[in-house]
Ligand binder design. Structure first.
Ligand code: HEC
Length: 109
């Protein structure tokens, strides 16, 4: 009987998992891409955000995460696969995951 319950549990978990829509999956990935969620810096819709300000001499410098909704896929992918970013963490995303994120950002402009 216990085994039956277990099977049922696994089955229902698996079942509900496969019913999420592409939109839901894309949103999930954007907010938890095996690392810090993109929304924490770029905002929920990818429009960019001011992360902080600091003084340098007499001027105030602004640290900003850029708007990432208007890039070509080439640029988008390049930014995610290069290690030259100064502030953004490095992610290890598959091609499919990057395409999903790109799709998400284009949908929510
Ligand atoms: C800790 C804050 C932070 C997080 C989290 C973050 N980014 Fe960034 N991102 C930045 C900053 C700041 C830049 C500007 C380059 C730099 O200084 O690193 C940037 C640059 C980019 C660029 C290049 C923009 C351009 O105009 O060339 C893309 C694309 C991008 N981020 C996508 C993402 C995606 C997708 C995620 C989630 C997987 C993510 N970022 C998570 C802060 C962040």
């Amino acid at each position: 009987m216990k085994i039956l319950t277990l099977f049922f549990l696994i089955f229902s978990l698996y079942g509900s998992d496969s019913f999420i829509t592409k939109e839901e999956y894309a949103k999930m990935l954007y907010q938890s891409p095996r690392g810090v969620g993109c929304h924490k810096c770029h905002g929920l819709k990818g429009k960019g955000m001011v992360l902080g300000r600091y003084k340098e001499g007499n001027s105030t410098k602004v640290i900003e995460a850029p708007d990432i909704t208007k890039l070509s896929y080439q640029k988008f992918k390049k930014a995610l696969t290069s290690s030259k970013n100064r502030l953004m963490p490095h992610y290890f995303l598959t091609d499919k995951e990057m395409k999903t994120l790109y799709y998400y950002l284009k949908r929510h402009r």
